[in-house]
Each structure stands twice: as C-alpha cells, then as structure tokens.
Design a protein around this ligand. Structure first.
Ligand code: 6PG
Length: 469
C-alpha cells in the first residue's frame, strides 16, 4: 500500500466495519489493535479492499505510517482504554494532529480529554457513531463534538463514509467538546425507550393474546409501512420471523430474557435527573433492563407473588397496540429533545435540534420516518415550547391516545408489565392536567418542614394552620 491517509486503532466489530468503510471511500487505512491477529483476520477477509489496509506492528508504526497532520480514530471500549491509548499516543504525535474517539464515551470524559489535548496543541473530536456494525460499514450517523476547526480537517472524510438521507450526509458538528457524545448518549436513551415499548407490545401479543412470534412478525412488518416506519420496527419484524436452524422453533423463544446494557441509557437518565428533566419513559426502559437481569428473584417471585391479573384480557386491537407505540415514540423523542435542550443550555453547546433530527433520519439505530417530521417541526419553529405541543404532533397524540389508554389499562388488569408505555401515558396525563395534585405535596412540605406555599387566591408566601389546635 502507498501512503496511509487515516489510522484506526481497535478492529473489533465497529472498528473493522468503519475501517472497511473508509477503505471503500478511497482512504488508505493504517490499522493497529492490541491483539494483532485481529488485524490479520480483517485484512485477510477484506477482499479487494485489503490493498487499502495496512497492518501496523505498534502504535509508533501507525503514527509513522500517517502523513502530518495525522488523523487517528479510536474504536476501542470507553473508559480507561481510551485514556491509556491517548497517553501512549501523545508523545508520538505532533501539534495539529487529530485524535477522534468514535466509541460510546461518557461525554464528561470527552470534555476533560478535549481540554487537555487541545491545550497541548492537538485536535480532539468525540464522535457518537450510531448504526451498529452494518451502519459503520455501509454508512453510520455521526454526532460530532469538538472545535469547529478540528472538525473542518476531517469533515470531508466523515461526510464520505456517513449514511445519506436523500443525499444529505448524516454527520454534523453539533457543538464543542462533549456535545457529540452527549447527543449520542441521549440517542441511546431514546433507543432503550423505543426498544422497551416495542418489547411491551410484543408481550401483550405473546402473553395477552397468546400469539406465536411468527404470528406477531407480520404485525410489525405491517406497521413498518405506516407511521411507525423505522429501523427498530423493521428489525423486530425480522427477528420475530426468524427460526432457529437447529430446532426449527421461533428463535426469540430460545433466547434468555435477560437484557444487557453498556450504560448509555443509564447515563441519559442520570444526566436528565441532574438537570431537573423528566425522562420517565427512558428511566422505565433502563429499569426494565435491570429487572430483566434479576432472573433468580423473578423466578422466585413468579411463584409467590400471586394472584396475577384477570384470566382474560379486555379486548385490545392491533390498532390500539400500534397507537400505543405511536404515542410512546412521540413522547420518548420529546423527552429526549428536552434533555438535549437542557444539556445545550447547561454546557453552552447551542445544539441545533433540527440538524440532530436530520442526521438521525438515516444510519442510526433510532432512524424513523417520524424524525423527518421532527426535523421539519424544529425548522419551522412552531414548537410552543415542547415537541409534544407542536402543531404536527397534537393531532397525532389526540388521535392515538385512546389506544395507549386501552393498552395500558388492559395490561394492568391482566398483570402484564408495561412500564415504559405506562410512563408515557402518565406523562401525557400529567402535562395536560391544568390543576395537578401538588397542592397536597406543598401542604405536606409545609406541615412537616414549614416550607411555605403560594395560595391561589392571594399573593405572597403562606403557611397552613396545621398545628393551631
Ligand atoms: C448505536 C447503538 C450502539 C450501542 C448498542 C448496544 O447507536 O449503534 O446505540 O452504540 O452500543 O446498541 O447498547 P447497549 O449494550 O447499552 O444496549
């Protein structure tokens, strides 16, 4: 291979896919990985693209293989490995070189790393890369944080490998330092919420209506041609239709019901709570994954916490289930964008919400037809302060809310858990309650702590006559 153009460190699933994508777009890629045999396997399996891949024996080799100013992409696990690799690279690099962290790093780490490296004359970009292995290979959605000038060095390369929505590359510089990883974190929070609501609706069909996975698959495939059109609905239809080659049974029925998580959903909730934002749907999804992992406790509880709900389920139509997902999706996106808005203000990122919605329309895991509507809504700036209160989404919510109500009610009576859908419904009912029940909370606070309250019929701060007698 002639001169390399870009370096990739880490050739796990995502790193390999991204390296091949770079190579396909004409970049010569210098590769290094802690286990070098993984690089060998990648090069051996790359076919024609192998001519553009260069195996490097060491980090120093990789640095030497690159022209100055260098661009090096880290595709390694978040946390300590990123710090260790940066520490090993630093003495080998020159001012003006760019390090890109393309992993799911904590945006707070990215903020610190950006400052340290930019102060040392290096360029640093934290990029949220979404789309899984297939996305990284064929075109991911990329959320970039760092200085605008650092981004300008690599923008053409990133635009070349990005997914495209009607020709528009799904990559954007979103703000300084941790902005890209923050937006990716919230993306993943929404991903968790969407996946959980889909799983709850699947549970209603499996455990409520007694349908087999292969009978549920066509329902999702049908929904993918309507308002719910999205990657995750498509994936669900495909997964449910898949048979286990060994037994011939529906594959999903043979998978243990314990979900993994690497932390980004949880980070979204933590950041939302820190900033005083409501993330109820995402929080329910994270909680559901945690409970799914408590298998032995669930096994014990299933025999002692009885009785379950009613034997028969109140009728819920396919249309109701679809409506429940439509409302749930609108509201989880809305919660996500509220968290983004709070982060933008807190960290002074000036996030462009329309652009975020636009770069989520292709390549990423939460890509969906609805994101195009969200982008248009943000562009039109007819938001009324909240996505759920925009002209576009009000009619959708009012049309479909009855379905969500029926689904959550039926699930509750039957004893089927729908924590994320129920959180969506509770949010809807709380936001539309002109007079809520916090009068009582205020009275309680004043009773035990003399915290005072405002009266509806008089100005100023007041106390109740609680201890008068
Ligand atoms: C993406 C995904 C990806 C994430 C996996 C698994 O946008 O491509 O969000 O980054 O790592 O979906 O995440 P969990 O292990 O936390 O489910």
């Amino acid at each position: 291979m002639t001169q390399a153009h870009i370096g990739v460190i880490g050739v796990g699933t995502m790193g390999s896919a991204l390296a091949l994508n770079f190579a396909e777009k004409g970049q010569n890629v210098a590769l290094w990985n802690l286990e070098l045999d993984m690089v060998d396997r990648l090069v051996a399996s790359a076919g024609d693209l192998s001519a553009r891949l260069q195996r490097c024996e060491s980090l120093a080799d990789l640095v030497t293989a690159l022209p100055v100013p260098r661009t090096i992409v880290l595709m390694i696990p978040a946390g300590t490995p990123v710090d260790q690799t940066i520490a090993a690279l630093r003495p080998l690099l020159s001012a003006g070189d760019t390090i890109i962290d393309g992993g799911n790093s904590d945006f707070r780490d990215t903020m610190i790393r950006t400052k340290t490296l930019e102060d040392a004359g290096l360029c640093y970009l934290g990029i949220g890369v979404s789309g899984g292995a297939e996305g990284a290979r064929r075109g991911p959605s990329m959320m970039v944080g760092g200085t605008r000038s650092s981004y300008s060095h690599v923008a053409p390369i990133l635009e070349a490998i990005a997914a495209r929505y009607e020709g528009d590359p799904c990559v954007a510089h979103l703000g300084s330092d941790g902005a890209g990883h923050f937006v990716k974190t919230v993306h993943n929070g929404i991903e968790y919420a969407d996946m959980q609501m889909i799983a709850e609706v699947y549970g209603m069909m499996r455990d409520g209506a007694g349908l087999a996975a292969s009978d549920i698959a066509p329902v999702f495939r049908g929904w993918n041609r309507g308002l719910l059109e999205s990657y995750l609905i498509e994936v669900t239809g495909e997964v449910l239709a898949t048979k286990d080659p060994q037994t011939g049974e529906d594959m999903v029925d043979l998978i243990a019901d314990q979900a993994g998580q690497k932390g980004t959903g949880r980070w979204t909730v933590i950041e939302a709570v820190r900033m005083g934002q409501v993330a109820g749907i995402i929080e329910a999804a994270v909680g559901a994954r945690v409970m799914s992992a408590q298998k032995s406790t669930r096994e014990r509880a299933s025999t002692i916490l009885v009785p379950a709900g009613t034997d028969t389920m109140i009728p819920v139509s396919e249309h109701d289930l679809q409506s429940a997902l439509i409302v749930g999706r609108i509201l989880s996106y809305a919660q996500g964008f509220e968290i983004l808005a709070a982060g933008s203000t807190k960290f002074n990122w000036l996030l462009d919400f329309a652009r975020i919605a636009e770069i989520w329309r292709a390549g990423c895991i939460i890509r969906s037809a609805m994101l195009d509507d969200i982008a248009t809504t943000f562009r039109s700036q007819r938001l009324a302060g909240h996505l759920a209160l925009s002209d576009h989404f009000i009619p959708m919510l009012t049309t479909h809310i009855a379905g969500l109500r029926r689904v959550v009610s039926a699930a509750a009576l039957k004893g089927l858990p729908t924590p994320a859908l129920a959180a969506a419904l509770s949010w809807f009912d709380m936001i539309r309650q002109e007079r809520g029940t916090s009068d009582l909370i205020q009275a309680q606070r004043d009773y035990f702590g003399a915290h005072s309250f405002e009266r509806v019929d008089a100005e100023g701060s007041h106390h109740g006559p609680w201890h008068a007698g």
